[in-house]
Design a protein around this ligand. Structure first.
Ligand code: GLN
Length: 539
């Protein structure tokens, strides 16, 4: 199978949560200056994609421009590598099995027993090679989900083992991310967990070329030598993955510890990283001169990963504004249940985000938060559901449509007379939940002369969506008559996509998710302005 693409495979050992996604993204960052890097993530679960999973269970569902709902690691890939990823680059066991079962029913395997090996492993390999080819990738950066030894990822490991054998040493490189603990009682770094997880890989016929040891402090030369000796790698291929203040520092510390060089050497490539702007921004994140408090008011606040891209977008906006953004998490169910008032919950807060969400639990709390922000000049960005609820709040309290609500309440078994937020056309009778929302990148037309236009500096933008409901077109005139400005719509004007208020320091709602396209070097304009306005209030 001839391919010019080289493959870097990243596996994880010892425990989950070591930041394998950030490591993979960082490797992409290190090599991306001259080479076309295509990240591929392999997940072991049987869902076709994470779109149907609860964010508390799985973390944020990242939405790609092509409409794919993918693992949140794709957020890291896009932010660190600067590529626009595709749905196809997220393999799940669900997708792989489905393709095989479809082919089996079609009769493609007639006469054969369809087996995990070779059929599933062949399917995985052919997907890798297909992506490599159509993307003309210089490097496919394959991240295998989970930890070596997990049953559900075995077939991916077997597939990459075979692939490495077929493509040859000079075209494949294995990076293993492990954990090097520093137990308090012995007060020295320990290599045994790394040795054991490398053994697990070896049993599967995989011999890592680079080992990244995640640890609290830099790896001691003696522990590097020990890992090198026991795991069959040169000492310079054992890299310190020391804990850092901000994930954006990770490419920098890997580079300093020689990772770029070893990747170049092993793969026979040359693509030195360009850090100038990145380094400056990292420095701003680490040493800001100001601070501001922003609240995220939602119902998935137990798991920060549910709002991963929002957190990142705030970091980007903070760096640009030379400010540390302290995030407060406000559980809107508590406001809804009258355990605390919105006013009390927002004490000391300079800016508010009401993020996207689903279902009806906690929404009355969100509406209260929005009311407080509108009436008290607190900067507010409502995202997706947050925008829809800003419309509900405005309809109730300004337009005096007391029964105003969203059709989502009815979907949940409740009642709502004046549906100022209704189903998007064609969404009302969908019974298949997976991949059926209005998804992905869409053009947004900004009204000339609006604040939105000023902030974006253009009237035509492209943003990413994930929703079933929209502002009810029948109410738009009435809402606008009372002062709500719909400053962004679909190019044909049919779907309201941005709202703003004139007499307010910053009151914005977006039907799209601006956080998904925010980058450290190019913060989302609305996040940038939210933080700027919040800072004005803080000073
Ligand atoms: N639940 C709302 C809808 O489907 C909002 C979705 C979201 O916030 N992503 O339209």
């Amino acid at each position: 199978m001839p391919t010019k693409t080289k493959f870097i495979v990243v596996t994880g050992g010892v425990l989950s949560g070591l930041g394998k996604g950030i490591t993979t993204a960082s490797i992409g960052h290190l090599l991306g200056s001259k080479l076309r890097i295509v990240p591929i993530k392999c997940d072991g679960y049987l869902n076709t994609d994470p779109g149907t999973m609860n964010p508390i269970e799985h973390g944020e569902v990242f939405v790609l421009d092509d409409g794919g709902e993918v693992d949140m690691d794709f957020g890291h890939y896009e932010r660190f590598i600067g590529v626009n990823c595709k749905f196809e680059w997220n393999l799940t066991m669900g997708k792989v099995y489905q393709a095989i079962l479809d082919r089996e029913r079609r009769g493609d395997f007639l006469g054969k027993t369809v087996q995990l090996i070779p059929h599933v492993t062949d399917e995985i390999k052919s997907r890798f090679l297909h992506i490599a080819e159509i993307e003309r990738a210089d490097i496919c950066l394959v991240e295998i989900g989970g930890t070596v030894g997990d049953m559900e990822n075995e077939l991916y490991l077997e597939a990459v083992r075979q692939l490495a054998h077929e493509l040859g040493k000079q075209n494949t490189l294995f990076v293993h991310v492990t954990y090097v603990p520093f137990p308090q009682n012995v007060r020295e770094q320990k290599s045994k967990p790394t040795q054991q997880s490398v053994k697990l890989l070896n049993e599967r016929g995989i011999f890592p070329d680079v080992i990244i040891g995640r640890s609290e402090s830099p790896l001691d030369p003696s522990i590097k030598a020990k890992i090198a000796g026991f795991c069959n790698v040169p000492a310079e291929a054992v890299i310190s993955g020391v804990d850092v203040d901000t994930v954006y520092e990770v490419p920098l510390i890997y580079d300093e510890d020689g990772l770029t060089e070893i990747l170049h050497k092993n793969l026979g490539i040359y693509s030195p990283p360009k850090f100038t702007v990145w380094r400056k921004l990292v420095d701003k994140i680490k040493h800001p001169s100001r601070e501001v408090n922003i609240a995220i008011c939602g119902k998935y606040t137990q798991l920060r990963d549910s709002y991963a891209s929002i957190i990142e977008a705030l970091i980007h906006a903070g760096a640009e504004n030379d400010a540390r953004v302290n995030i407060s998490w406000i559980e809107t169910t508590a406001i809804e249940d009258r355990k605390i008032t919105a006013e009390k919950a927002l004490e000391g807060i300079h800016g508010v985000i009401v993020p996207g969400g689903f279902g009806t639990r906690g929404i009355e709390g969100k509406i209260e938060v929005i009311r407080h922000c509108r009436e008290n000049a607190v900067p507010l960005l409502g995202i997706c559901y947050g925008m829809q609820l800003a419309v509900v709040e405005f309809a109730r309290n300004v337009c005096k449509i007391e029964s105003a609500g969203t059709a989502e309440v009815v979907e949940d078994g409740g009642e709502c007379e004046a549906q100022v937020v209704c189903y998007l056309p064609g969404q009302g009778n969908i019974d298949r939940k997976g991949g059926t929302m209005r998804l992905g990148g869409q053009d947004v037309l900004l009204k000339a002369g609006s604040r939105a236009e000023k902030l974006y500096g253009t009237t035509k933008i492209r943003e990413r969506f994930r929703h079933r409901y929209e502002v009810n077109p029948d109410f738009v005139e009435q809402l606008e008559a009372e002062g709500l400005i719909f400053s962004g719509t679909t190019p044909d004007g049919s779907i309201m996509q941005v709202l703003e208020l004139a007499e307010h320091p910053f009151f914005f709602g977006t039907q799209y998710h601006p956080e998904l396209v925010s980058r450290l070097e190019r913060p989302a304009p609305l996040f940038r302005e939210l933080v700027r306005k919040a800072l004005e209030g803080a000073e």
